[in-house]
Design a protein around this ligand. Structure first.
Ligand code: UD1
Ligand code: UDP
Length: 362
């Protein structure tokens, strides 16, 4: 089978790595990079860290408002799909690259698979929620990371072509963690951090970076927490901090975004993680690191319910209080499968090659 895999943003490169490995054993994969993320530290470094094959196409779309960015991606993807005539298009997650890939494939009647289907925050103000709703509606095959995602789809009338396979991000942790841990001692020394002696922070969600009030809330909490803090800053957040004139205290180290192996090493040795990232919340769970989620809701309510993740929003008092008191200790059930999701995806494609519109009956 010829498969076009669409990637464009940081988490998609990470998710693509285990899937590419599994698919390339029996299929011809054409990797298309939309160019949504393009800085070396948001793109190239992941291809190196993950030994991901170079993209067959880089559409070079870059940044822009939602309509222009998604529209440009669709126009350029359409040309690629015309030329390649694939048997399947795979999109993952919930970015504008996901949305453009899903729409371009569906309009050309090409079967579509969505990895990480059925995730819901039930907050339609998030651009990601809109992207996932559309991708799930259009997909012929839905690969879910949790059983709850399967239930979300069922509630929306999507019950066929739905597979609980587990999370390919857990596959990535299984594959790359040993390599990441090897480089941890040198990395921590270079950053002057000790294992278990710092907090790791990431913030990039539009809901937080586009609001001076919310971003100021996060920063004021970090400034008030007396513990070393490492904060690899997404370019969007870097711009927002400077736009709003927000300053970090000396113990809050703002650094450039790091590559995947360094990030895994930093997560594994953090005492606690504070984040608004979907991927980082999941990795905190996989690695058994307590997580404070800087949002009002999360797609990953299972991790909250078992006690390893706490929703704290961006109110500084709430964050500092949670930093002081949150000490999860209970079991971590295998909510996200066993780290072999990519192989399951390959097996599904082997057993039932997708056809366009095959489940369109609800
Ligand atoms: C996107 C996804 C989000 C995902 C995140 C992963 C959408 C709507 N959002 O958010 O779901 O969690 O990626 O990181 O698709 N920028 C650079 N260099 C880059 C990339 C971006 O400077 O390489 C800056 C640009 O100013 C750009 C801004 O970051 O306007 C936002 O980038 P964009 O890709 O639109 O959204 P993200 O916030 O990265
Ligand atoms: N990540 C990384 N370097 C960083 C920040 C994040 O490698 O400086 C990784 C992180 O480990 C996870 C993924 O990027 O695997 C999550 O991406 P992001 O937070 O950008 O997006 P989201 O998961 O929220 O869509």
């Amino acid at each position: 089978m010829k498969i076009v895999s669409v990637v464009g943003a940081r988490p998609e490169f990470i998710q693509a790595a285990p899937v590419s490995r599994a698919l390339r054993q029996e299929h011809h994969e054409v990797l298309v990079h939309t160019g949504q993320h393009y800085d070396d530290r948001m793109s190239r470094i992941f291809f190196e860290d993950l030994d991901l094959p170079q993209p067959d196409y880089n559409l070079g779309v870059g940044s822009g408002p939602h309509g222009r960015q998604t529209g440009e991606m669709m126009a350029r993807l359409e040309e690629v799909l015309f030329r390649e005539q694939p048997d399947l298009v795979i999109v993952r997650g919930d970015t504008n690259s996901t949305l453009a890939g899903a729409l371009a494939a569906a309009k050309l009647h090409i079967p579509l698979a969505h990895i990480e289907a059925g995730e819901r925050s039930f907050n339609k103000r998030m651009p990601e929620e809109i992207n996932r709703l559309v991708a799930d509606r259009l997909a012929d095959l839905h690969f879910c990371i949790t059983r709850r995602a399967v239930q979300h789809l069922a509630r929306e009338g999507i019950t066929e072509g739905v597979f609980f396979v587990g999370d390919v991000m857990l596959d990535a942790v299984r594959i790359y963690l040993p390599r990441a841990l090897e480089r941890a001692p040198a990395l921590l020394e270079q950053l002057d951090l000790s294992p278990g002696g710092y907090l790791l922070v990431t913030v990039h969600r539009a809901g937080n970076t586009d609001s001076p009030h919310r971003l100021a809330g996060v920063l004021s909490a970090l400034n008030a927490i007396p513990e070393p803090i490492l904060f690899p800053v997404h370019p969007r957040t870097r711009q927002a901090l400077s736009r709003y004139g927000l300053q970090a205290a000396d113990h809050v180290r703002l650094i450039e975004p790091v590559g995947y192996l360094d990030m895994l090493a930093l997560e594994a040795h953090a005492r606690m993680i504070l984040t608004d990232s979907g991927g980082v919340q999941r990795e905190a769970y996989f690695l058994g690191i307590p997580c404070l989620t800087l949002r009002e809701e999360t797609e990953l309510m299972e991790t909250v319910e078992v006690g390893w993740n706490l929703l704290v929003g961006t109110d500084p008092r709430r964050i500092v209080e949670a930093w002081r008191s949150f000490r999860p200790r209970g079991p971590r059930p295998p909510l996200f499968g066993d780290g072999h999701a990519a192989e399951r995806i390959a097996a599904v494609l082997r057993q039932s090659p997708p056809r366009f519109g095959q489940h369109y009956r609800w």
